[in-house]
Design a binder for this molecule. Structure first.
Ligand code: C2E
Ligand code: MG
Ligand code: MG
Ligand code: MG
Length: 278
């Protein structure tokens, strides 16, 4: 009897897996037309000084407006594009769009905040991303300082000379490197010494329970002092409540990004917000 039950469970599992694969393949097909059909756009989320007084930088985040399924989250399609290689074209489009936006921001006058762009490890594995960044900076009359490249720890895990060189070349353009989702990857801390990293973005999972969980509090406090000793700047991601903010203020955290201050917003709204940014 147990055997039958077990087999049924496998069949059920198989079916669920097949459904998931079918769904994945359907999305992959749709993604092929998505760029041409203008279905992608970027939204922008400000990264604020902890006092909420000014916008330090702005993260560009991709959105996919699917013709029949509606808005699809990057968490649901970026991994597919990384597997299929579609991320190469999409990633190039993102850099282009983000630089166009940075240009608009810089035309507003004042000291423009840098635009922070997520760059997938796959784009570095394939190569050519440094040239794309260089070209788009030039095309839009930007300085390297107008851009921040967000990479993940996993990129540094392989410790390849070629990746190291690409990152060095990006930094040579004046672009800052930030480690996204810091603390969630599989890397060792030694990369902080080897690579020209300027900024850590502390992942939301450490913040969710920071008010009640002393371990999370200790971890974030530790990350902040580590960053401080290494002269790295830090952004705390996913700050949603006043209580979290108060805790982070006590820890002396410099910058925060989260729904409490702003959700990701459309370009026009972001430009409007920036006009009031001093
Ligand atoms: P990420 O780079 O860590 O971006 C931060 C994510 O956290 C964004 O989700 C943002 O909307 C969300 N977030 C910010 N503050 C809060 C908060 O207070 N509460 C909650 N619940 N969420 C908050 P989003 O836009 O859905 O993006 C998810 C991930 O998809 C990004 O995580 C990034 O890994 C990836 N992604 C987004 N855009 C791009 C892109 O242009 N290229 C690549 N390669 N990946 C991208
Ligand atoms: Mg990011
Ligand atoms: Mg992040
Ligand atoms: Mg994240």
């Amino acid at each position: 009897k147990a055997k039958t039950k077990g087999r049924n469970r496998y069949e059920f599992f198989d079916e669920a897996l097949n459904a998931k694969n079918r769904e994945r393949n359907l999305l992959e097909k749709d993604i092929y037309c998505a760029i041409e059909r203008n279905e992608f756009h970027l939204v922008y989320q400000p990264i604020w000084s902890i006092d909420g007084q000014h916008i330090h930088s702005i993260e560009a985040l991709i959105r996919w407006q699917h013709p029949t399924r509606g808005l699809i989250s990057p968490a649901d399609f970026i991994p597919i594009t990384e597997e299929s290689g579609q991320i190469i074209a999409i990633g190039e489009w993102v850099i282009k769009e983000a630089c166009k936006f940075a240009r608009k921001i810089s035309l507003e006058g004042g000291t423009p905040p840098s635009i922070s762009v997520n760059i997938s490890s796959a784009q570095f594995m394939k190569g050519g991303v440094v040239e794309i960044i260089k070209r788009e900076l030039e095309n839009n009359n930007l300085k390297g300082a107008n851009l921040i490249a967000e990479i993940t720890e996993n990129l540094l895990l392989s410790d390849q000379e070629d990746i190291y060189l690409q990152l060095k070349n990006i930094v040579a353009l004046g672009v800052e490197l930030a480690i996204d989702d810091f603390g969630t990857g599989y890397s060792s801390l030694s990369y902080l010494k080897k690579y020209p990293i300027k900024r850590l973005k502390v992942d939301k999972i450490f913040i969710d329970e920071i008010v009640t969980d002393v371990d999370d509090l200790a971890l974030v406090s530790g990350i902040l002092s580590l960053a401080n000793s290494l002269s790295l700047s830090t952004v705390i991601e996913g700050v949603e409540t006043q209580a979290q903010l108060a805790t982070l203020k006590k820890l002396g955290s410099p910058m925060i990004q989260g729904y409490l201050f702003s959700r990701p917003i459309k370009e026009e709204q972001m430009l409007e917000l920036q006009r009031n940014n001093v």
